[in-house]
Ligand binder design. Sequence first.
Ligand code: AMP
Ligand code: MN
Ligand code: MN
Ligand code: MN
Length: 270
Amino acid sequence: MNTESILADLHSHTTASDGMLSPSDLVARALEKGVQMLSITDHDTVDGLAQAHLFNRQQPEPLTLIDGTEISTRWNNFDIHIVGLNIDKTQPELLAFLASQRELREVRAQEIGVRLAKAGIDGAYEGAKAIAGDAALSRGHYARWLADNGYASDMPSVFKRYLARGKTGYVPNNWGDMANAINVIHQAGGLAVLAHPSGYKLSAKWLKKLVKDFAEAGGDAMEVVLGQQTIDDRNNLLALCHQHQLLGSLGSDFHFISNWIELGKNLYQP
Ligand code: AMP
Ligand code: MN
Ligand code: MN
Ligand code: MN
């Protein structure tokens, strides 16, 4: 995807998953911020895309809206996210796959609720469910409920205490493997992008192995430019990207309005 010289943001979330803006509001904000090409990549769903397109088409100067999704997978017991860009959001195999992801999410969410209850935190499942509405449950919804109810002061600390790998509310990952997600994305005509490679807290050695395995499994691209990263991180990702002849992608991973993460912000292309 040639995004040269335009402001592109190819990773964002709405209320269709664990984001806080509706698809229409997200498109409106992207337009406000001068984003010319936007991809909505909600976790394991394409449910927000129709509303986003409808709203975008009604604007005097619509942006280029790329259909996307962010698929949760398992790789060596880590939760690894694969973004699918430019997918056919009506493709039956893709929709069947996303439905099965939703079931896995529901099973996991119930288990998270049970684990938190055992730790003396009652009502978390119901609370998270009420926040999620129609969206499939994410740890993001649990995090908001826990923060709202005084179990931690902000999202990072709520994860650190309750929801990160190994913590009270963490349920061992049972997602499907990375190669299958890449395959599903390809069948739906999309490009498979390794999301936020430096966000998994992997050692340098494991990060290299991840990018290598991803490329060998047929992955097309990796995110190199993120909204919040050091120059060293960007250069390291760029080198890995070149080394494995992957395309580069970029995105803010916007979920909600904050002082730190913004649509299109800092997404300068190397
Ligand atoms: P899930 O897909 O249900 O496993 O939830 C993962 C989501 O939780 C991510 O997409 C983020 O929105 C959020 N998340 C994960 N780790 C953190 C963290 N350390 N701080 C804040 N949010 C996080
Ligand atoms: Mn999220
Ligand atoms: Mn992610
Ligand atoms: Mn994301």
